[in-house]
Design a protein around this ligand. Sequence first.
Ligand SMILES: C[S@@+](CC[C@H](N)C(=O)[O-])C[C@H]1O[C@@H](n2cnc3c(N)ncnc32)[C@H](O)[C@@H]1O
Length: 285
Amino acid sequence: MPPHTPAAVIEAQRQDWNRVAAGWDKWDQFFNRTMAFINHRLVADARIRPGLRVLDLGSGTGYPAILAGEVVGSDGTVVGMDLAESMLAVATRKAKTLGLQQVSFRTGDVTALPFESGSIDSIISRFCLMFLPEIPKAAAEIARVLKPGGYVAAAVWSSPDKNPFIRIPMDVIKTITPLPPPDPEAPGIFRLARPGDLAGIFERAGLTVLDDEEFTAEVTYSTAEEFFRGLMDIAAPIQNLFATLTPAQQAEAERGIIKMVNDYRRAEGVSLPIAVRIVSARKPR
Ligand SMILES: C[S@@+](CC[C@H](N)C(=O)[O-])C[C@H]1O[C@@H](n2cnc3c(N)ncnc32)[C@H](O)[C@@H]1O
């Protein structure tokens, strides 16, 4: 398969996220607490309420599907879709533990939604859409499966300068080995960072954009070393960059990242800013 075809990108994504599923499971409670505000915002922006039929695109280990499941209650349904079956195995276990029978997960590519046109009330998605090789196709699918008047709300990462937890590792690795200049159109963490990027794609799919807003917060780790362990456990794109380094270069990168992250030391630990863009839209009635 040629390396940059949509099918090749999707297969690479599937392998990447399956590889880090155990790490996501390990850090589940930490990220559940620190990122909860995003789930709540998505549920609010997609106007989720009891009894609705909801889709979560790129659900991973169940965010924000599980919160949506609590809101729709036993009269509603939530389906979380993801490429990575190992991520979904964690999500399924969590939903079962919480007794959320209305929440289910299925593997698949969110660029081709296996649902009838006009059958879904609300669609939510956290940190998935920027990894898709064909975002406009996914937006067209969102517009197709939503009921008239239905809502979509999606969270993506804002720009690297406001997200040092990713920018620092990339900057440090760049000092050790040359990285190709980022292609702003290629799938990746910051592909939808700019205001208007995702909103424009939704508009062109025929949706009416309601909001395109950046939210800032901080994620606090007890030490820079703890941050580094978390990063290597869950961040598939950073793991891929590390894999191109020799063991000596990896050790150098680890020291460099820990040193720079220590600049964010506060009384309560190491507090790293994050900036998330949340875009919401509605299908015209
Ligand atoms: C950063 S994780 C986010 C998971 C979860 N939504 C969260 O916020 O914790 C990105 C997820 O998107 C999924 N993904 C990437 N491309 C996809 C595609 N084309 N179809 C379905 N899922 C995809 C990955 O498998 C991965 O689980």
